[in-house]
Design a protein around this ligand. Structure first.
Ligand SMILES: Nc1ncnc2c1ncn2[C@@H]1O[C@H](COP(=O)(O)OP(=O)(O)O)[C@@H](O)[C@H]1O
Ligand SMILES: [Mg+2]
Length: 172
């Protein structure tokens, strides 16, 4: 069985400092994997490589049944391929409401023109409701995201990713 994500022999150097040395990890579907290590071990860097925030010096990163080379895709193409990324520090639209956040995530999936013309379909609305309930924030849908607690913001960011139905969710 092909792995959903197949990282092999990946090394990264920052200004001569070797932050990652020959990392290989394969994630199958459905599978839950935990990557543990002290601060500075390279956990965030691993996710940065998969989502193209960092370029490795060596190694391969392959995705899906067709073994697509993720190192050749842009950040947005990687997201559209089905990889959702939760950042270590919560990243939500602070000025927007609790429900508006997953709505924006749904909208961002579209191409540049349809983003401008987008309005939620019934299906989108249902999905936004489901996700808001799933992350435990349905009580106050209009609540400003910036006023949520740190933990609730973390959940809201997860909700934004779930709204996009990723095949792989990287949770930093
Ligand atoms: N953009 C960068 N420039 C220079 N050094 C970096 C950069 N990103 C990460 N590092 C270094 O790489 C190592 C791994 O960091 P990181 O992936 O953030 O670890 P973790 O998430 O496991 O705490 C650390 O020593 C960190 O300082
Ligand atoms: Mg980190």
């Amino acid at each position: 069985m092909t792995a959903l994500l197949d990282v092999s022999g990946v090394s990264v150097t920052f200004d001569g400092f070797r932050a990652m040395n020959n990392l290989s990890i394969a994630i199958h579907e459905p599978e839950l994997r935990a990557v543990v290590g002290p601060n500075g071990a390279g956990k965030t860097t691993f996710m940065d490589i998969v989502t193209r925030k960092t370029r490795p010096d060596e190694g391969r990163v392959r995705w899906g049944e067709r073994s697509i080379d993720l190192l050749k895709l842009s950040e947005s193409q990687i997201a559209r391929a089905g990889i959702g990324r939760k950042f270590q520090k919560p990243t939500v639209f602070e000025e927007q409401g609790v429900r508006a956040n997953p709505a924006m995530a749904l909208r961002n999936r579209r191409g540049p023109l349809s983003v401008l013309l987008w309005s939620p379909t019934d299906r989108d609305r249902t999905r936004i409701h489901e996700v808001t309930a799933e992350i435990g924030l349905s009580a106050r849908p209009e609540h400003r995201a910036g006023d949520l607690s740190h933990g609730q913001k973390q959940w809201l960011e997860i909700g934004m990713l779930l709204a996009q139905d990723p095949r792989l969710l990287l949770v930093d």
